[in-house]
Design a protein around this ligand. Structure first.
Ligand code: 13P
Length: 311
């Protein structure tokens, strides 16, 4: 099957009350772990690549890994640029075969964000590629995107209709309290998401797909394995799964997950290297990391996203 855009995926997810997982990929084992889980569970899938991933693995290698996944798995897969920071990177990914890009103009003024997003939409749509925009700012760190808790801003519901109609973006990432990275909430504080903002936005944009970034749950099981095998990750806290489940049943059609994959891979690799210091064959530890990713993604698809059987 060839790459698809997210249009049909989001239409079905919206009406079916589930969400599509958008998982970040950086190497072969990550691509394999994610796509094997989605393939076996017949789940539609978004694989996403950040600017950092393109720097690390190179565009061509990532494209070929995704092409291999399309041959091996009979499910719809969209390939998406995560957090495109300017027109040039979006253009490069559109020209290079991606089916979806994000233009993240959220650090600019409202007017500049509109102008930049509109320019990307015009270029992308002419080539059959869809575009995700962003309004509001998430706290946290992900590759080149770093926003302090003080600078984070919830999305204003009264801006969303104007933003979507003037830019033509196909989906909108919003800020309701999720954040990038492994340290989303302070210990002792109750995790909280602003579902009231989400509901208001959904009311103002009927039948329109909303995206949640920063949606890893930071599984305590993997944090424990990392801690017990020489790692240091005290106080890592993510978004509770029941909140994500609730979001997936609403207008949220795409849920971004990166940190959980990093933790699953790291837990597997650490466990082998720490417990078996004699191992020096990379396949011995990478296969455990890959298996952890597969287990994690299968769990998300069934218990968080609800996208199993929807391919
Ligand atoms: P996490 O850091 O919560 O996995 O978020 C990833 C993300 O939003 C990618 O854009």
């Amino acid at each position: 099957m060839a790459l698809v855009t997210t249009t049909e995926m989001f239409r079905k997810a919206y009406s079916g009350g589930y969400a599509i997982g958008a998982f970040n990929v950086n190497n072969m084992e990550i691509v394999q772990g994610i796509t094997e889980a989605a393939g076996e569970l017949k789940s539609p899938l978004i694989l996403q690549v950040s600017a950092g991933a393109r720097k690390y693995a190179n565009h061509t290698y990532l494209m070929k890994l995704v092409e291999a996944a399309l041959i091996e798995n009979d499910i719809p897969i969209a390939l998406h640029l995560d957090h495109g920071g300017d027109f040039e990177i979006c253009k490069s990914c559109i020209d290079g075969g991606f089916s979806s890009v994000m233009i993240d103009g959220s650090s600019h003024s409202f007017e500049d964000n509109i102008a930049l997003s509109k320019k990307v939409v015009e270029y992308a749509h002419a080539k059959g590629v869809v575009v995700e925009g962003e309004l509001g700012q998430l706290a946290g760190v992900e590759d080149d995107v770093k926003i302090s808790a003080e600078d984070a801003k919830y999305t204003h519901p009264d801006q969303v209709e104007e933003f979507v109609s003037r830019t033509g973006v196909d989906s909108l990432a919003i800020a309701i309290g999720t954040s990038h990275g492994a340290f989303k909430f302070k210990p002792g504080h109750n995790p909280m998401l602003r579902f009231d903002i989400l509901d208001e936005i959904a009311k103002r944009l009927p039948n329109y797909p909303i995206v949640l970034h920063g949606s890893s749950s930071v599984s305590p099981e993997y944090v424990k394995i990392i801690q017990e095998n020489g790692g240091r990750l005290a106080d890592a806290i993510g978004i509770p799964e029941d909140m994500l489940r609730q979001a997936a049943k609403s207008a949220v059609c795409k849920i971004n997950i990166d940190t959980d994959l990093r933790l699953a891979m790291t837990a597997g690799v650490r466990e082998v290297l720490y417990q078996k210091p004699e191992v020096f064959d990379p396949r011995e530890y990478l296969k455990i990391g890959r298996a952890n990713i597969k287990t994690l993604v299968a769990h998300k698809i069934v218990n968080v996203l609800g996208s199993d059987g929807k391919a």
